[in-house]
Ligand binder design. Structure first.
Ligand SMILES: [Zn+2]
Length: 287
């Protein structure tokens, strides 16, 4: 599934190829991945694509009705597009007028036309952008939950845009076990994790994302970042840091790849709790 770097890559490509263009007509085929196909058919024709942005794992095609008038934010409208597992949104230049086609074989994607308060409310459901979040906000969002750090990184209401690949890569880089509780992370670890996450996401954007299945950008080109994966998909292979074999466990229903030596399991805390209990009991028996 495309994550932040892949969606950013597609959005940048579309910004170059379709921003500023007017939508003449909309043709819908299968519509089961659309929130409200009738609204898309009715509202989108005649609008101009002002710009294409990434929002978490979504793309936002910001639409304007009249290019001369600068419309107030309350009347803002956008086509929200999620690429799902196999979605592809790309311009097709062969025909006149040009076509912007969304194809999605497995239809796990989502498309919705949203405007005004509905658009604002939809965007508010998501957490902070991992590339823009401050160290303080990042720490607060993670340490306020006892959920496991891997699950927190995947939770789009905590941070928007991180998926399985970049969660595993940043945890490996920061030396944090994926099953560790968010509330148990020290500020030093949180700072290291945020730094690792941002560095990895920026590098992946530079390399136009990871192509692990069939991801291609708006020009039909695969990304290159998969060559830099250090944990994700490397079960049984040697850790690039210490040489131990990378392991795979299931957390929050997803595969998590980690190094058992560089990313220590959170058992130690459990042991400390048990030994305190024992001491307590010993004291009671003395009394
Ligand atoms: Zn290691």
């Amino acid at each position: 599934m495309p994550e932040l770097p892949e969606v950013e890559t597609v959005a940048r490509g579309l910004q170059i190829s379709v921003a500023g263009r007017r939508i003449v007509s909309v043709t819908l085929r299968k519509t089961d991945f659309m929130d409200d196909p009738d609204t898309i058919e009715r509202e989108v024709p005649g609008t101009q694509i002002a710009r294409v942005e990434r929002f978490g794992k979504f793309m936002l095609l910001r639409l304007v009705r009249d290019r001369a008038a600068s419309e107030p934010e309350a009347s803002s409208k956008a086509l929200l597009v999620h690429l799902g597992m196999t979605g592809n949104l790309a311009p097709h230049f062969a025909e006149q007028p040009r076509e912007l086609r969304y194809t999605d074989a497995r239809r796990f994607g989502r498309m919705a036309y949203l405007a005004g308060e509905t658009l604002a409310a939809e965007l508010l459901r998501f957490g902070a952008d991992p590339l823009e979040v401050t160290a303080e906000e990042f720490a607060k969002r993670i340490e306020s939950s006892r959920a496991r750090i891997k699950a927190l990184l995947l939770d789009q209401t905590v941070l928007r845009g991180v998926g399985n690949i970049y969660a595993d890569e940043s945890l490996w880089s920061a030396g944090i076990h994926p099953a560790k509780s968010g509330a148990k992370l020290k500020r030093k670890e949180l700072a290291r994790l945020r730094q690792a996450l941002q560095k990895i996401l920026r590098k992946a954007i530079q390399m136009r994302g990871s192509s692990i299945s069939d991801f291609v950008d708006a020009e039909g080109q695969p990304g290159d970042y998969q060559q830099h994966h250090r944990a994700y998909g490397r079960e049984g292979k040697k850790c690039f840091r210490c040489g131990r074999a990378i392991k795979r466990i299931i957390i929050a229903g997803r595969s998590s790849y980690f190094c058992p030596a560089c990313q220590r399991a959170p058992h130690r805390e459990g042991r400390i709790r048990k030994s305190t209990k024992r001491k307590g009991r010993a004291r009671t028996s003395k009394r």
